[in-house]
Design a protein around this ligand. Structure first.
Ligand SMILES: [Zn+2]
Length: 324
């Protein structure tokens, strides 16, 4: 029998959240407000209806709805508002540092938006929240790999041409179908030439081969999810040897049916194997979760004690990509 989760003690631990998508922080009231502001018909007319719409039968359905939310974000003020709002939410969970993934190529290529105002809006929101709450933060513009690499490269030229002071890494989020046949690694190489490392989603719905690909081809210094790693001991070894952390989001994995149930989740096995695990929420209101809920899952699923909680919190601080 597991002892009850010491929520207040875990809240008091300084933590970093390294895997949260800014667009995925839009909660039901915010979604309805954005739809009204931009005179767009919302997918549901009540908050309860939006919360219901935030339930998914799998990754494709999630992506479809995520894009709807992404496209409701139009003005710099929208980005500023949600960034500031989530920083406050994170602060209330005991988070001292947030790294926001932003679907940069999606906004630019599919949303037809310019990067500079999006970036500047996010920065304004983060800076105000950081000053209020005493937090640090950074951005991870993501490649959307359902779009061709050549187009994403063009979008990232726009990212690279703007202020890079707050860009801690570039990332990759979406289906991995085209990784091997397209040239996304060229975008990572360009980033590295500018002193910006890469991270990548991998091994979420796919297997360990995705994780190996992200490490070898994208030179990812952190993996988002990485739960598929456990299918191949040689990839486990790769992550352990190189000290590459996995930013795991157990609630997301349940909500998107990446695992059948809590018992099937490899979190405990990842910790036992010596992989550096950090916990995050991915898209918290979409998955009805919070960072403390994720720590609670780890507490229950892995039978951890307070030392285990402290170790996970410390992992997240150690894995930050703060620029020197
Ligand atoms: Zn993610």
């Amino acid at each position: 029998m597991t002892t009850p989760f010491p929520r207040e003690l875990v809240r008091a631990l300084p933590k970093a959240e390294l895997h949260v998508h800014l667009e995925g922080t839009v909660d039901a009231p915010t979604l309805l407000a954005l739809a009204e502001r931009h005179d767009v018909t919302p997918p549901a007319v009540t908050e309860a209806g939006v919360d219901e719409w935030y339930k998914f039968d799998g990754f494709p359905m999630f992506l479809e709805r995520y894009f709807v939310v992404r496209d409701l974000l139009q003005d710099p003020e929208d980005f500023e508002y949600i960034a500031e709002q989530y920083m406050a939410t994170a602060h209330a969970q005991g988070t001292v540092h947030v790294e926001f993934h932003v679907s940069a190529s999606g906004h630019i290529l599919e949303g037809g938006k310019a990067w500079a105002p999006i970036h500047d809006g996010i920065v304004a929101g983060c800076q105000r929240a950081a000053a209020t709450h005493g937090m640090t933060w950074g951005l991870i513009p993501d490649i959307s790999p359902h779009l061709p690499a050549v187009d994403c490269a063009r979008a990232f030229d726009e990212v690279f041409a703007h202020n890079l002071d707050h860009v801690l890494a570039i990332g990759m989020g979406g289906p991995a179908d085209r990784w091997a046949t397209d040239r996304y690694q060229d975008i990572y190489a360009k980033a590295r030439s500018l002193g910006i490392p890469g991270v990548s989603h991998a091994g979420e719905h796919g297997g360990a081969d995705e994780v190996r690909f992200a490490v070898e081809e994208f030179q990812a210094v952190r993996i988002q999810h990485g739960i598929g790693t456990m299918h191949d001991p040689s990839v486990v070894e790769l992550l352990v040897d190189r000290g590459i952390p996995c930013d795991v989001c157990p609630g997301s994995n349940l909500a998107l049916h990446a695992v059948a149930n809590a018992e099937a989740h490899p979190l405990s096995a990842m910790l036992d194997a010596g992989i550096t695990v950090t916990l995050s929420t991915d898209d918290p209101p979409m998955f009805q979760t919070s960072l403390l809920d994720e720590y609670e899952r780890a507490w229950n699923w892995c039978s951890l004690d307070m030392a285990g909680m402290e170790a996970l919190a410390q992992n997240s601080l150690d894995a930050r990509l703060i620029k020197p």
